[in-house]
Design a protein around this ligand. Sequence first.
Ligand code: GDD
Ligand code: MG
Length: 346
Amino acid sequence: MIPVILSGGSGTRLWPLSREAFPKQFLSLVGEGSMLQATWRRVGPLATHAPIVVAGEEHRFMVAEQLREAGCTDATILLEPVARNTAPAIAVAALEAMRSGEDPLLLVLPSDHVIQNEEAFRAAVREAAPAAQSGALVTFGIVPAGPETGYGYIKAAGGAGVRSVECFVEKPDLATAQGYVASGEFFWNSGMFLLLASRYLAELERQQPAMLAACRHAIDQARREVDFVRLDHSAFAASPSDSIDYAVMEKTAHAAVLPIDVGWSDVGSWAALWQIAEQDGAGNAHHGDVLAQDCRNTLAWGDSRLLALLGLDDVVVVDTADAVLVAHRDRVQDVKGIVAELKRGE
Ligand code: GDD
Ligand code: MG
């Protein structure tokens, strides 16, 4: 089994801590090390081969250094000259994995998720392996905590263990998501997949032939250096841009899902981080040097100086060297609006 770690996102929702030059996967948010390092450590015991990490050209040194620091010295780091979303990123990883003539199982993982029960997660991957080996594109389902519109929704056939998928709907609108959650029949897509490299490529051949051709060309013409494999620029740029969810999972007849309960979070907002962070008796979560009096349900995050909070409820304070965020906990989803506004002013 080859871990394929996707490290191309440019998380804006944890601004001002995450930036374009320093996205979420490189941050240390919970536990030890960065999210990228935690991703690798979590699946190390499952890996039979070195991982393939797919990342943007501009982040290459950070990826290489963080992997080395985590004890992973043999990763193949595929560099994308431009971002084309996850379907092409997984395609080049699958093509790379098959260069040896083997057809390995790929465990496709976002680099910016938290999993609190790692042992249970590894057990789930082992449970999913036989179905994936027989040709299913297996994803891992999460019981929805609410009608979030940023997720894929999966309706599974009845039964236990790995089940076939009746429908997969990526990022539905709010009313649809509310209906799905109320029905009790849907899972969230965790964004992690277990599939045979050849099955994924066969699926692309059928659904996305232009994407597959561009990715093939980008790997065939790649520049192979000591530390990095640089995809051919013009070939990769010619690929359509799409996510695996829209490009493959919504359309395939071979999707399967294994529901998991492993303390999963994609830390999609400061509120999500507050939820999984250690809290005091009044629901306050603090990172760094923080003094809070008469506060409830606050998140205070700083590194360099004392943060003092007094008499606040439901407030998020994030202090960095050049920007401070102060927001109501219910409004942190809109941080991306602030980032957009800042970009317009650039
Ligand atoms: N290499 C590479 N290149 N990685 C990428 C790219 C890219 O162009 N775009 C995104 N990624 C990485 C991100 O860093 C992240 O780790 C992962 O792929 C998923 O991308 P997101 O952009 O975070 O996707 P999403 O959160 O909108 O949706 C996905 O995840 C949800 C769960 O968190 C989907 O799979 C949803 O269905 C799912 O519910
Ligand atoms: Mg995500």
